[in-house]
Ligand binder design. Structure first.
Ligand code: GDP
Ligand code: MG
Length: 164
């Protein structure tokens, strides 16, 4: 069967926007506030003759800060258990936060291939200096993207299929 690729990250970093950009269609619901239920979180994606199943692990996201970390842990664990490749998405505007580090620790211990993605890099010139701090997560090179303007999406897909 096809490889499974899961998108993991904090609420509001742009998981659903990235899912739609990678899937090439609007399936996942994008909202400014967390806590959004969506009816479909799976998509079949083809890139350069390689097929895979993409999952947005967002599901029903918490709207209270206390449960964000525990729910992120659950989502990361689901990704570790079910995915062949994990896209870990962070937000350059918010910078590196503690919850990112905790999830990165889990992902690193799993030994699954992880592609670290830094989203909302709408201008490479303006935001690249802020991308470098994500090296501190210790899970490899950060890949800058702008999910909403589709910058860096082709390069990210190249990285994903290189892991199969
Ligand atoms: P999720 O909660 O992680 O699924 O995040 P969403 O995909 O719902 O996006 C949360 C917010 O971030 C929405 O307002 C999006 O429009 C915005 N967003 C997503 N990607 C980008 C991006 O590349 N650049 C900017 N500036 N905003 C983005
Ligand atoms: Mg979402």
């Amino acid at each position: 069967s096809k490889p499974v690729v899961a998108i993991v990250g904090r609420p509001n970093v742009g998981k659903s926007t990235l899912f739609n950009a990678l899937a090439g269609e609007k399936i996942s619901i994008v909202k400014d506030t967390p806590g959004v239920t969506r009816d479909r979180i799976y998509a079949d994606v083809t890139w350069l003759d390689k097929e895979f199943t993409l999952i947005d692990t967002g599901g029903i996201e918490p709207d209270s800060k206390d449960v964000i970390l525990s729910q992120m842990r659950d989502q990361a664990q689901i990704a570790i258990d079910t995915a062949d490749v994990i896209i870990f998405i962070t937000d350059v505007r918010q910078g590196l936060v503690d919850a990112d580090s905790k999830v990165a620790d889990m992902l690193r211990r799993s030994k699954k291939p992880v592609i670290l993605t830094v989203n909302k890099v709408d201008s490479f010139e303006k935001f690249m200096p802020d991308v470098y701090e994500f090296y501190n997560l210790g899970i490899g090179d950060p890949h800058p993207v702008s999910a909403s303007s589709r910058l860096g999406i082709g390069d990210l897909l190249d990285e994903v299929i290189a892991e199969f």
